[in-house]
Design a binder for this molecule. Structure first.
Ligand code: NAD
Length: 348
């Protein structure tokens, strides 16, 4: 089947997030949004008013039967991702599935097999991998500029929105795990997490998560929707420099700190890890702090473009099935550890 000049998109799930996909795919040159679906008649009516050219369906299966849809975006609650994505791939539609790809690893793997079998693009909606600030962190790490990465930490807190179907780990930490995997080009080996359920039964509102990555890189994620302050921050500590990212900063999201701890021997700086501890002393270096200029674009728009490119045969590795499955796998291990009172759990 040849790919049309304008890829026709159907958006399934028109709650808070779905309309953002409709807006982005509507303005991109290579796509048009032809249909959307939601069982909530009020949501459907509101979206129909906002995007008058888009056909509305009360049942996503009607949308999948619509021959004027080449690809779908699935922005339904996480617990429904597998069922809807599976039906979409079986109907030969390309699928961009919101994060996390599925609730369970076996489901995510089944989707990957199905996408392969049907020759369709499957992508997970890890929006932050398309964020210019996160891309900058990646460049700084990959260039070797900050030296060896010692540890990363992330804080993602706010008061609400509180979900009904998944807890703060699958809802919020999904972003941070995806970011850390991307920055380190690796998956965590082991996790240990404590979380607590205060508001609803069975759904954690807050979690403190430790992750061990290959090469003795340590990471920590704090997520909560029960917090007085909205924070979206990451710190990366390297052996030569340090980085911070603040999605809400007014100056610019990324700061590069020429700071570190060095061993000095005979006037020569060395990384402390490699020296003989008998004949050196440690100094901290307090150098310049720079704020790199970034070309900012709405991350969701960049993600949408990436999906269209993947449908046309472009690379689909950044947030493709492998990356999506890796996140689901880590989230499952985090849940196992929380259930075991914080015991370390291997990520399999
Ligand atoms: N990438 C991001 O930054 C980001 C941000 C917000 C939400 N999300 C993800 O988007 C998804 C939706 O989140 P939301 O905040 O819009 O939730 P929401 O509850 O506001 O909206 C979900 C919508 O899906 C509809 N729905 C439920 N079952 C359906 C089905 N079978 N078919 C069609 N529609 C169905 C509901 O009626 C509702 O309107 C979640 O997976 C969430 O994790 C991602």
């Amino acid at each position: 089947m040849s790919t049309p000049v304008k890829i026709r998109i159907g958006v399934i799930g028109c709650g808070h997030w779905g309309p953002n996909h409709i807006r982005n795919f509507s303005v991109l040159e290579g796509s048009a949004v032809t249909a959307c679906a939601d069982p909530d008649a009020q949501r459907l009516k509101a979206v129909g008013r906002q995007f008058p050219g888009v056909r509305t369906h009360g049942d996503y299966r009607q949308l999948l039967a619509n021959p004027e849809v080449d690809a779908v975006v699935i922005a339904t609650p996480t617990a429904t991702h597998f069922e809807v994505a599976r039906a979409a791939l079986l109907a030969d539609k390309h699928a961009l599935v919101e994060k996390p790809l599925t609730s369970h690893t076996t489901e995510a793997e089944a989707l990957r097999r199905l996408a392969r079998k049907h020759g369709r693009a499957l992508m997970a909606g890890h929006t932050f991998l398309f964020n210019a600030g996160i891309r900058k962190l990646k460049d700084c790490i990959a260039s070797g500029d900050i030296g060896r990465v010692y540890y990363l930490r992330s804080t993602r807190t706010n008061l609400g929105p509180i979900r009904k179907d998944v807890g703060a780990v699958r809802d919020l930490a999904a972003h941070d795990v995806a970011i850390f995997n991307y920055l380190l080009d690796a998956e965590p080996l082991e996790v240990s997490a404590r979380g607590e359920r205060f508001i609803r039964r069975g759904i954690e509102d807050v979690a403190f998560i430790s992750l061990s990555y290959p090469g003795r890189v340590l990471a920590n994620i704090h997520v909560s929707w029960l917090d007085p302050k909205k924070v979206r921050q990451i710190v990366v500590t390297g052996s030569k420099k340090m980085l911070s990212w603040d999605d809400l900063a007014s100056t610019g999201p990324v700061m590069v700190y020429d700071k570190g701890v060095f061993a000095v021997r005979g006037g020569v700086y060395k990384e402390p890890y490699y020296v003989n501890y008998g004949d050196f002393h440690l100094l901290t270096k307090e150098g310049d702090v720079t704020i790199p200029h970034l070309k900012l674009e709405e991350p969701l728009r960049a993600e949408a473009r990436h999906f269209l490119d993947a449908i046309r045969g472009g690379p689909n590795t950044l947030s493709g099935p492998k990356a999506g499955i890796a996140v689901v796998r880590a989230l499952a291990a985090i849940h196992d550890s929380m259930d075991a009172g914080g015991k370390p759990v291997k990520v399999r």
